[in-house]
Write a protein that binds this ligand. Structure first.
Ligand SMILES: [Zn+2]
Length: 442
């Protein structure tokens, strides 16, 4: 650190907490007296559900599977067995615990890869499209979706072209079975990440990791696959139905570039700037063998951070136990957050082409405030909950959930964690240059 820079986190005499994001430079203030505002998003009055209505509340619901694009994979049964390419006439034969399909309204479209990168769909997708269009149900499904896309874009394409784009896109959605809890009687009893069992959440996470690897492999022009989960409308979700999104992109964005420049001088950047800071400031929230959770410093929104402590970097390079460790902590933090708080879950990891090691980490952001004119004018963000208060609340809730057996066994909560729990090993497999190598600039 250069001398004279303010510390990443400090409390002023009046109680104001000032933060500086160690990796982003984001400036955040928490002023006293605003922390006890309610966290849950305002909702309309709960509405009573008619029989069967809980399976058709939105286009991601299990009774409305033809409103989403052709299904790529589903997981069924207690062992979450994958089934690929279920034809439209067979969608109701099994109950998907999780299903993956292309986003009907992609951020980065199939046309983008075709027009900008000359990407042509491989024969497997061409063959699947031909097969899909060979049945009346398949043709009707593609035609209905093509009409919706044509109405939105103003551009009509042939059925064959529409099928290729819908089946071969690289922006996918993974949807969970439930919209509301099993047996729910009102529409506010939402099924969130935290209401899944630890085993269901582990299947959801492992499915997302496999999907990430498959999308990366299927799109040779992708530099990165962004993975995120928007929960509730204030956090950007179109539907209040649990889902994750994966989007292949052809650059990884300026924040990764910035962190790679920092890493070129210090391979242990995340240990030094994040983990050691969390230990020093008492911000370790929980740990398990393979992952650790911190109350993050310098975020626009209260943010819980889960870091893999594995030597692996990319999610798909982790062992099943390593993925499970990350999943168990993320699940526990979602459970502690509660289903009525809007959140963004963001995955970060080493882009496949990046020269320096980076840990897999997942940010869980509580979208409990909206940056407004003060933030726009000053670039100082007012966050209503400082990291110490975030840790205090989360630890208290984790202890309650643990006593009730609602989070995975083996999680160490709060003061049960040790500094060794915050030892990140992502750089231990690095065979690159020495940390101070001047040729290391990237
Ligand atoms: Zn739904």
């Amino acid at each position: 650190m250069s001398t004279g820079a303010p510390p990443p986190i400090r409390r002023l005499p009046d109680g104001t907490v000032k933060q500086l994001g160690p990796l982003t430079g984001t400036r955040v203030w928490t002023v006293p007296g605003r922390a006890n505002r309610p966290l849950a998003a305002a909702r309309t009055e709960p509405r009573h559900l008619a029989p069967g209505e809980s399976d058709r509340l939105c286009a991601f619901c299990v009774d409305r599977q033809l409103e989403t694009t052709p299904e790529k994979v589903r997981l069924v049964g207690p062992d979450f067995t994958p089934i690929t390419h279920v034809p439209p006439a067979r969608l109701r034969d099994t109950t998907p615990e999780f299903r993956r399909f292309g986003n009907l309204f992609e951020i980065v479209s199939a046309e983008y890869w075709r027009e900008n990168h000359g990407f042509r769909q491989p024969s497997t997708i061409v063959e699947w499209a031909r097969e899909y269009l060979s049945t009346a149900e398949g043709r009707a499904h593609i035609a209905a979706l093509a009409d919706i896309r044509a109405a939105a874009s103003g551009v009509a394409v042939s059925l064959e072209e529409a099928a290729l784009d819908l089946l071969g896109g690289s922006h996918d959605v993974i949807v969970a079975r439930r919209h509301v809890l099993d047996g729910a009687t009102t529409d506010d009893q939402l099924a969130s990440s935290g209401t899944l069992t630890p085993d269901e959440h582990a299947a959801y996470t492992a499915f997302t990791v496999r999907s990430l690897a498959e999308i990366q492999a299927a799109q040779p022009h992708a530099a990165y696959v962004a993975v995120f989960q928007n929960w509730l409308r204030p956090a950007g979700a179109s539907f209040e139905h649990l889902h994750k999104q994966l989007v292949a992109i052809d650059e990884h964005g300026p924040q990764v570039d910035h962190e790679l420049r920092l890493l070129s001088h210090d391979r242990l950047l995340y240990q030094h700037e994040i983990a050691d800071l969390a230990v020093a400031e008492g911000l370790v929230v929980a740990a398990t063998d393979g992952a650790v959770a911190f109350a993050g410093v310098g975020h626009r929104y209260p943010t819980l951070e889960v870091y893999s402590t594995s030597t692996a970097n990319l999610p798909q390079e982790h062992s099943p136990a390593g993925i499970r460790a990350v999943s168990d902590l993320v699940h526990a933090l979602h459970a502690a957050t509660g289903p009525l708080v809007p959140t963004n879950e963001e995955w970060h990891y080493r882009p496949p082409g990046a020269p320096w090691p980076m840990p897999w980490r997942i940010m869980l952001k509580w979208r409990v405030s909206t940056p407004a004119g003060f933030e726009g004018g000053t670039k100082i963000y007012v966050n209503t909950i400082d990291p110490w208060e975030l840790r205090r609340r989360t630890v208290a809730e984790l202890e309650r959930l643990q006593a009730e057996g609602l989070i995975a066994p083996g999680i160490r909560v709060g003061d049960a964690c040790t500094p060794e729990d915050a030892h990140l090993r992502y750089a231990e497999s690095d065979d690159g240059a020495a940390p101070d190598d001047p040729d290391g600039e990237w």
